[in-house]
Structure formats: C-alpha cells, structure tokens
Design a protein around this ligand. Structure first.
Ligand code: SF4
Length: 140
C-alpha cells in the first residue's frame, strides 16, 4: 500500500507498506522481514528512536483511515509476528515520532552528522560494515 506524502515533524514522508490488516478497532500495519522474530523484537524496542519505519507507517495509516493503530514486524523465517501494541504505537505516533523527525530534520538542515558510536549488536550488513572492519583492525 503506498503512503504519503504525509507531513510529520516538518518532514514530508512517502513510502510503501507491505501489508495493512483491518481489525474491529482499527488497523495493524505489517512489515515482512527475513530476519528472526527475536531480531524483530529487538528492533521494536528501538521504535521511535532509531527504528522509525513502523511508526511512520502507523502514523500514515492512522492519518488516512483513522481509528486505533498497531504495528508489527512479521518474521518470514519464523512465521511469527512481533507487535508493538496499540497503546505504545499511539504514544509513539502522537508524541515521540513528530519530535524525533523534527530533530532529525533540523540535523539534516544544519548538516549536523556527528559521529555517534554505538555498541554493535550485529545486523544483516555485518559482512560489508566498515565499523566492524575498523574495530577488528584496532584489535590487531
Ligand atoms: S554490523 Fe555494522 S551496521 Fe550492523 S549493527 Fe554492527 S556496526 Fe551497525
């Protein structure tokens, strides 16, 4: 399902959602992932911070269709969905996401891309990741 353009926190966002389910209360946006369900659960803990995809999808669907909204990653590998939960999704969509995107937009406008080291938890890009490559050089 195509979304947008939708304005959130001063940014105009467009995209395409894998799946939107209608429920008795509203909707659930679903994004298919190849990684494990456990990996998707870890991503959900970052929702609204570094994980913005599902919150943006949820905001777009709620703006277009109204009603309650929930969001989920569905691991194709494990045939298992991990949901964010309607209450948390609503809080992120209403309060967290606009502020986060406004902050990111300001950083884009001012060119503020400072180095922000973080602990590597591994991801699908490990084989080509320069961060991993450089940290392994340090250990030599
Ligand atoms: S492998 Fe690289 S891109 Fe992936 S989480 Fe670690 S540092 Fe980040």
């Amino acid at each position: 399902m195509p979304i947008g353009p939708i304005e959130i926190g001063g940014l105009h966002v467009t995209g395409r959602i894998d799946r939107v389910d209608r429920t008795p209360d509203g909707h659930v946006v679903v994004d298919y992932k190849l990684g494990s369900a456990a990996t998707q659960a870890a991503k959900l803990r970052e929702a609204g911070d570094t994980q913005l995809q599902l919150p943006i999808y949820a905001a777009a669907v709620r703006a277009e269709r109204g009603g309650a909204i929930d969001a989920a990653f569905l691991s194709v590998r494990d045939a298992e969905a991990r949901r964010l939960g309607a209450d948390k999704t609503a809080d992120i969509v209403e309060r967290v996401l606009p502020a986060r995107l406004a902050e990111l937009g300001e950083r884009l406008r001012t060119g503020a891309f400072e180095v922000a080291p973080h602990e590597c938890r591994g991801c699908d890009f490990r084989t080509v990741c320069r961060v991993v490559h450089l940290s392994e050089e340090d250990e030599l």
